[in-house]
Ligand binder design. Sequence first.
Ligand SMILES: [Ca+2]
Length: 535
Amino acid sequence: MSTERPDIVLVLADDMGFSDIGCYGGEIETPNIDRLAAEGVRLTQFYNTARCSPSRASLMTGLHPHQVGVGILNFDDTPDGYPGDLSPASVTVPEALKAAGYATYLSGKWHLSSDMERPNASWPTRRGFDRTFGTLEGAGSFYRPRTLMRDETNVEHEAEQPGWFYTDAISDHAVGFVEDHDAEHGDDPFFLYLAYTAPHWPLHAHESDVERYAGRFDAGWDTLREERLARLVEEGIVTEDDGGAELARRDPRVAAWADTTDHAWDARRMEVYAAQVDRLDQGVGRVLDTLERLGRLDDTLVVFLSDNGGCAEELDREFVTAFVPMQETTREGDPVVPGNVPGLDPGGEDTYMSYGRAWAHLSNTPFREYKHWVHEGGIATPLVARWPRGLEVEPGSLQRRPFQLVDVLPTLLEAAGASYPETRDGVRVPPAEGRSMLPALNGEDVADADLFWEHEGNSAVRSGPWKLVRKHGRDWELYAIETDRAEAHDRAAAHPDVVADLAARYDAWAHRCGVLPREAVLALYERRGKGLPPE
Ligand SMILES: [Ca+2]
């Protein structure tokens, strides 16, 4: 390669918890992501934004989701709420990189447009990507996804081919984009956004992958959580200083494995989830192999992370029927059974299930709560970065400094030598909210910045040794987060001055970023006829 600018591959998993992959203590086989970790660096305290669309909005723009119109999901809630469309007064990673000479490709899920029928200014084709393949909507069948697009053409019919599977199609297109790029623009760098929908529900996977996990989860979630925590400690990702025995405490809403009776069906649900992650990892491996074969791999910055923590949603039939835009039949015309039906094996095209709270609790080991919430289990994600020619850090090392999604854009732009513009199409854009992580990824000691979150009235701020966090409608809780990542000991009553200080910081941030008040969020949900997610 004649360029000094690296290729950049940004890999995003969907609804995958903190400790599912092998290099973060999980029992799922992820040799390709593990390779990135062994040859790169892992962050132990990286945070997403708790939910699909808000995380993607923040990842793409370097701004908080509320600043760019996507505070909840891609619903048009105007005039009382967020537009659900990526704001034109923002700059995306591919737009900034294109200005620096990059070719730009998206393979996978977008989820940042409220109108998924007619091409419009929020579609990825008009937000900086030269070529795109994938779905505009947030979740769906892996065998027969809706809103499947190639550039601005609907290609849902392509999924009708026998053996077609979305995770593989995402990987196929990523490989194709890289090969075409090397053949046609070999000297130029590229940016590839590889946005898998795995392992978001529904539980769909190749039976050959599921079979490889037969029996792997039969010990149940209690034993497996203990094993994961032990491996996390052994790896140094979690230390005794993070909260010790409290980290092993089971969510009281989760039954003890020994007290439950659907062991075979429950284990099968987790086997399919594992197979979903496994297939994602196989796709990452195919992209890495392609880069290696073309001689580009060591000049490539690869970043892997997840958009939110493991998801506790139990898909009951009524919920799926009312709120999930599901295909009602398979490609063969057979009915798809909506929701979690004990005794029925998930995995095939005629099922539409989730793995539920207990397994999500395993996914988020050793943290509290789940997707939607801004306690640690909702927002803590693995982040793995590999860039041999650009990072001088010792391979396999860990970085403990906390960062969040707004820090990704400045990191990628610094790596590329690209600049963040002040305007887009003549419209002034907000200054980037984050800061480059490259110094920290290189092992330099950098100061902490305050981190902020809000989703559906769930709020948090992390500042210095403290994290202030609350669920919608509840009081603030205060944790000494450096020694209590389990969020087990609420210090709010003992430190009212700290609560007042952090609450003021949070309120100033929320006001500046256009966060809707909790009451307004509740009103939106009432109008939709759907409550906020239950605890
Ligand atoms: Ca997600």
